[in-house]
Write a protein that binds this ligand. Structure first.
Ligand code: XIL
Length: 378
């Protein structure tokens, strides 16, 4: 479907909410390592170390083929940045017509390299026609029976796409970002307006029916892991467990764009998931360098932040993997999205490799965390 650019409508641009975020008290970084020093560095690939820890380590395929420079060398898991989103899979934006060419090429590459493929994402209500074909809204507006119509549209889509990738995609983000970006309400998507949270439950049931061997993920972005919004999310997953909805893993996007997430809160949150018998995976990790502008060295501060989050993953037996949302600083989504594309928000430089593909201190921080044994970390 090529023509659609997609990023423009992403809702991180509420000015008041952003100002609140930018004023939030920064989590203090502990400068205990200098990841530019050789004692913190080794020649092992991230992939080989992650495999020893029982974790997947992943990256994304964007619109170019940069991912092939890094996978399978460094990574053993791949997610499509856009190519599997409903809008992108739809032939000329038409409902029920699919064009799998780009997504298939990516999946086939990953599978041929012995890597796990993650599916992203089946049901996502934010910014159509990027996330789903605009025709859905038109049909529902004209419909006398919108509930029934939406149920059958969602069932048909999930069944079709899961079926198409069956045996190749091992894990799916079944529902993406069910909550509103900055508060504890459910996002006011068409899907929610028509069906309430039933749309979430149904999507998981349809995916399970289509491929019972899948790992099924509810994926969400958090800026804070112990606020009212995080607790509302936990209430949702608790309800899903009580209702026997086939959810097994919570996907934490972990885009660090405004302030560094508080690690103690993060630990509390994953403890709650563990108590519910749920696994978790970091699905879209990136940490903007600019948020450390007051630190003596932004790149080293960023590396500490990477180290802190990776240690939590290595340390948590119910963590299944970590995916970086991009390959290198040359093609991060922030550089194409308001407000982060603006000069005053630069450098975004949120990934492990610089634009020339060189390893940053953040790379060695991830590597060092993966080299630890659980018992060594704290
Ligand atoms: C982003 C892509 O990286 C961009 O290329 C695109 O323009 C917009 O979407 N949360 C998600 C991802 O779940 O799908 C988003 O990906 C980033 C935020």
């Amino acid at each position: 479907m090529g023509k659609m650019k997609g990023g423009a409508g992403l809702s991180y641009t509420s000015l008041t909410a952003q100002l609140r975020m930018l004023r939030a008290k920064p989590h203090s970084v502990r400068y205990t390592h200098d990841f530019s020093r050789p004692e913190y560095q080794s020649g092992d690939s991230l992939r080989s170390l992650a495999e020893k820890r029982g974790l997947y380590i992943g990256t994304i395929a964007q619109e170019d083929d940069t991912y092939k420079q890094y996978l399978p060398g460094q990574f053993d898991s791949l997610t499509c940045g856009n190519a599997m989103k409903w809008g992108w899979l739809s032939r000329e934006g038409r409902l029920g017509e699919y064009d799998y060419a780009r997504a298939d090429a990516i999946v086939d590459y990953a599978v041929a390299q012995g890597c796990r493929m993650r599916g992203h994402t089946l049901v996502w209500g934010r910014n159509p026609p990027h996330s789903y074909p605009g025709e859905v809204d038109r049909i529902l507006q004209a419909s006398a029976t919108p509930k029934e119509d939406l149920r059958s549209i969602l069932r048909a889509h999930v069944t079709e796409v899961v079926g198409h990738f069956k045996g190749r995609v091992r894990q799916w983000d079944v529902v993406n970002e069910p909550f509103s970006v900055y508060d504890k309400r459910f996002a006011d998507y068409t899907f929610y307006q028509v069906l309430g949270k039933e749309y979430i439950f149904n999507a998981f049931r349809y995916a399970k029916e289509a491929d019972s061997s899948l790992s099924l993920v509810l994926n969400e972005q958090f800026f804070f892991y112990r606020d009212a919004r995080a607790k509302a999310f936990l209430a949702l997953v608790r309800e899903m467990k009580e209702r026997d909805i086939p959810l097994d893993t919570v996907g934490l996007q972990h885009h660090v764009m405004f302030v560094e997430q508080d690690i103690d809160d993060f630990r509390w949150f994953i403890g709650q998931l563990d108590a519910l018998g749920l696994k978790f995976e970091i699905t879209e990790l990136d940490i903007r360098q600019k948020i450390f502008q007051k630190a003596p060295d932004m790149a080293l501060a960023q590396a500490e932040a990477y180290y802190a989050i990776l240690c939590e993953c290595v340390n948590a037996p119910h963590c299944t993997g970590v995916t970086l949302w991009g390959t290198d600083d040359g093609n991060s989504w922030y550089d194409h999205m308001a407000p982060f594309a603006m000069r005053c928000f630069q450098p975004n430089a949120p990934l492990l490799f610089d634009a020339a593909g060189r390893k940053k201190p953040a790379y060695y921080a991830v590597q060092y965390a993966l080299r630890q044994h659980r018992e060594e970390i704290r």
